[in-house]
Design a binder for this molecule. Sequence first.
Ligand code: ADP
Ligand code: ASP
Ligand code: MG
Length: 282
Amino acid sequence: MLVQKFGGSSLADLDSFLAASEIISKAAKKEKTVVVLSAMYGITDLLEGAISTAVEGGDFRAGLDAINQAEKEILDAAEKAGLDCPKTGTYSKIQHQRLASRLEGIALLEQCPVDVQAEILSMGEGFSSRLMSELLQAQGHDALWSDTDVLPPANDSYSDSLVDVEAAAPLLHQACDGVHNILVLPGFYGVNQQGKPQLMGRNGSDYSATSAAAALNARSCEIWKDVDGFFTADPRVVASARCLDEVSYEEAMELSFFGAKVISAKALTPLMNAGIPCEIRN
Ligand code: ADP
Ligand code: ASP
Ligand code: MG
């Protein structure tokens, strides 16, 4: 069993979705693969911005339109490439109506309740994960999408939730059971017993992936980003930064504590507890 996670920077347009789908299909030929996806590049920021604008009484339509446009563009490109994704298209339309009415409510209230904020911010991952599973299916792969009621929250925070790894284990194993060799999950949130999404914090999709890997006792957890690996410092800032071949969980946590924003200590913890290796891949 392998867990692969793709971040927003690897999910900018159709080409990058297809590049990721190629990596996924190669892995799934060898072993059952659970795929965890972030939202498309910039979408969570747009959703967060639309909430703030609505709270402040500003015009949130521009943010809504930008999200709509980004989703429409990628769906159109997929259709042009002969990879029609009708279910994702329908999902996108329904979510936009929902988002518009939620934002109108927020504007009236001049505040956004935490559970509504979580519902809105989770929409980016809802879209990208459905799109990836339908793109994989359109390419002939046996991929199944599941919501993250298979990653039940361990606390009641709507903004910085933890996963109950023990409770997730049988649920995830069951979701992996069957002929499909790819299971696609949205990152960033888990669905609680009331059916509501609880967020795992900004950049939380890494933690979703590592929690899933721990629950499944996966062979490895691959985190695909826009860098070659774990560097001694941020390679975008420090030209002389070196890519480390291997680093212990403790060293990685220490580096992340001092600002190596490649993977958080929160995301490393489930892997450290379960002794599962993490591979940062480009
Ligand atoms: P994603 O959102 O795709 O998961 P992130 O943006 O969270 O990816 O993480 C990747 C970014 O982390 C890189 O673009 C890089 O600039 C930054 N980064 C910061 N510190 C480090 C480090 N020590 N090693 C590698 N990348 C780092
Ligand atoms: N989309 C979320 C964020 O931008 C979670 C993630 O990408 O990991 O914070
Ligand atoms: Mg990120």
